[in-house]
Design a protein around this ligand. Structure first.
Ligand SMILES: *Cc1c(COP(=O)(O)O)cnc(C)c1O
Length: 316
């Protein structure tokens, strides 16, 4: 059973706030990293924040099975599989595209954690957020609690908003990576008009996310705050795309702080913060909090991509 007490299996106290050094840090801007990557080795970062109230809701309503959607390298799929194992839910993962054997490290972990995988052609997977499509799926699988791709829904925002109470330094900006927009929306919701919230999109054409985040906020707040923005200039060519300069940054960051970043989300976000410091985006004396959303499981699947980077695409 998952109850508030069981939530202690997830050690929120480990998510400390740590001052970090960025290559372009000058004495005028102070940057702290909120270490949500340390919450749990398997249900890392924002995926736990977004799942928490969904799991409680599923238990409350007597659901024994969770069903969700994701790509083959999805941190969310990994987290739901782990959460199922820990909190005793059966889990079903609907995976975009075809099966590739041997399974990659993400899906191998999911299966080993007891998740049942089903693959959907991309043309059909496209309907994943459609209400009728979800109803069909629910009928096909029986009594399942459906969590959307990326874990982003109304209840996800409640979990993310709890981060705000854990930020015990005075800050002007909070940064988060953006995929589906749920984490950004949760932070804006938690701050309710205070401070500045900046999302760094991991997707190249992430402008549609403004609408999505706006819609999520409308459901939560009578007056949607406007103290947030999404920046799409640091996608490095698109989702899960990397460049040597990003890989170098992640390595440099590790050498300066002994903190691991992932290449899809947190690496791009901190690259952005560093670049924006260099471009004088922040005024003197600004305090910036960056959210380490976790996602380190994905690095195992990135290794072959990193090896393939050659000098030719260095300046792409
Ligand atoms: C899923 C994920 C994100 C994106 O969060 P959204 O709420 O989907 O925008 C950011 N960072 C990491 C590490 C993630 O796994």
């Amino acid at each position: 059973m998952i109850a508030e007490g069981n939530i202690k299996t997830i050690d929120i106290d480990k998510s400390v706030l740590q001052r970090i050094i960025l290559p372009n840090n000058n004495s005028e801007v102070t940057v702290y990293l909120k270490r949500d990557d340390l919450i749990h080795p398997e249900i890392s970062g924002n995926k736990w924040r977004k799942l928490k109230y969904n799991l409680l809701e599923a238990k409350k309503n007597g659901y024994g099975r969770l069903l969700t959607f994701g790509g083959a390298f999805s941190n969310h799929i990994y987290a739901v599989a782990a959460a199922g194992k820990i909190f005793e839910f059966k889990t079903i993962g609907i995976i975009r595209g075809e099966e590739h054997l041997p399974l990659n490290p993400t899906l191998k972990f999911a299966v080993e954690s007891g998740m049942e995988l089903h693959y959907l052609k991309r043309s059909i997977y496209r309907n994943r957020n459609d209400k009728n499509f979800q109803a069909e799926i629910a009928e096909q699988f029986g009594n399942v609690y459906i969590i959307p791709e990326g874990g982003t829904n109304n209840l996800a925002l409640d979990g993310v908003a709890e981060i705000i109470d854990e930020l015990y330094v005075d800050f002007d900006y909070i940064f988060t990576p953006v995929g589906s927009g749920g984490t950004l929306a949760g932070l804006v919701y938690g701050l309710n008009g205070k401070k500045n919230v900046v999302g760094i999109s991991s997707l190249k054409n992430g402008n549609y996310l403004n609408q999505i985040v706006g819609d999520l906020l409308k459901k939560k707040l009578p007056v949607a705050p406007d103290n947030w923005r999404i920046i799409c200039d640091y996608s490095f060519g698109g989702f899960a795309k990397i460049k040597p300069i990003l890989v170098e940054f992640v390595e440099r960051f590790y050498s300066l702080n002994a903190i691991e970043l992932d290449y899809i989300y947190t690496g791009k976000m901190l690259f952005a913060v560093d670049d924006m410091i260099r471009n004088n985006y922040f005024s003197k004396g600004s305090n910036v909090v960056a959210l380490h959303t976790g996602g380190l499981q994905g690095n195992a699947g990135m290794q072959s991509k990193i090896k393939k980077l050659t000098i030719e695409n260095y300046y792409d």
